[in-house]
Design a protein around this ligand. Structure first.
Ligand code: DGY
Length: 315
């Protein structure tokens, strides 16, 4: 008898085919209730970061052997509980590093040079000729970028920062080796000092109990006057309400978000602000990256249901 796999959302036809060659597949489960209904008889689930895989879901799947997350982050899964039940949890690390770093830079440039505002202005037929003060932005060359979380993506952001002539400082729970710091031309800095002195702050920590609300209200108010904040990590790392207050007061240059607290819901106040650029969580959204992620997520399931070890285990 074939093992049964639940794929919560469609991926790529070739990945569906690959899984169908091995398993009985069911595709489509939106929200926790539907996942609970459909996971009961499944041996594996391939899920998205928007799918909550908590105790209740895990308890409703007595045959489950692996939870394969189609993402590098896995804060949507109760990993400890899955582990206590002997269910593997896997993610898709490495593959999306460069795409997410590119998108971070797209946001930095879009905010610093007011690209979205200027595009709307031009489309609205308001461009009547070159003007000295039209859409003045923030020059990057010579400024300081503060990278919060210097893992794979933070480092890829740092590598790109050198090309833009920025001074690089970073904060991380465990400091990098002197060799790595030298290679990246990056200097370790205490988090509060980083916030107080960086012109651009970009968040690259995973969401964990320690990083939940890391950039809290008090820290938001430490951010340098006129700075830019970019978040392509997880919304819950930042106190959005406090950040919005500062943006509304005009005491920050602007902000760029790919992720939100409680997404896909977005604080309506954010939608009203001109000095923010808002994206729908597309950090890893290139065809190459998403296909590679889908293949790895499928291969993790094939490996485990064939009796082997997962390729990229979270545990
Ligand atoms: C991830 O994989 O965790 C990203 O947020 C998806 O783009």
């Amino acid at each position: 008898m074939k093992y049964k796999v639940l794929l919560t959302h469609e991926l790529f036809p070739e990945v569906h085919e690959k899984l169908k060659n091995h398993f009985e597949m069911e595709i489509g489960a939106e929200g926790k209730d539907e996942i609970i209904r459909k996971i009961r008889d499944k041996d594996a689930i391939l899920c998205f970061l928007r799918d909550p895989i908590d105790r209740e879901v895990i308890d409703s799947a007595p045959k489950l052997k692996i939870i394969s997350n189609y993402a590098v982050g896995y804060d949507n899964i109760d990993v400890e509980y899955a582990k206590s039940k002997g269910i593997y949890v896997t993610n898709t690390p490495d593959l999306l590093t460069e795409a997410t770093a590119d998108l971070t830079w797209a946001l930095i440039l879009a905010v610093a040079r007011r690209i979205v505002e200027a595009d709307s202005f031009t489309r609205a037929g308001k461009f009547k000729g070159w003007e000295a003060g039209l859409f003045l932005g923030m020059e990057l060359n010579g400024k300081r970028i503060g990278i919060v979380g210097m893992g794979r993506i933070g480092k890829a952001v740092a590598r790109r920062a050198r090309g833009f002539g920025l001074e690089i400082v970073y904060n991380k729970r465990q400091r990098l080796s002197p060799d790595e710091e030298k290679k990246l031309s990056a200097r370790f800095m205490d988090l509060d000092e980083l916030l107080q002195t960086s012109h651009i702050i970009t968040i690259h920590t995973p969401l964990t109990p320690e990083t939940n609300n890391l950039i809290n209200r008090e820290r938001i108010y430490k951010i340098k006057e006129g700075a830019i904040l970019i978040n392509t990590a997880r919304g819950a790392v930042v106190d959005e309400d406090a950040l919005i207050e500062r943006l509304e007061k005009g005491s920050l240059f602007g902000a760029g978000f790919d992720v939100y607290r409680g997404e896909p819901n977005i604080n309506p106040k954010l939608l009203k602000l001109k000095n923010v650029v808002l994206l729908p969580h597309i950090g890893s959204a290139t065809t190459e990256t998403r296909l590679a992620m889908a293949n790895l997520a499928a291969d993790n399931i094939i490996a485990v249901l064939s009796g082997g070890k997962p390729i990229t285990p979270v545990w």
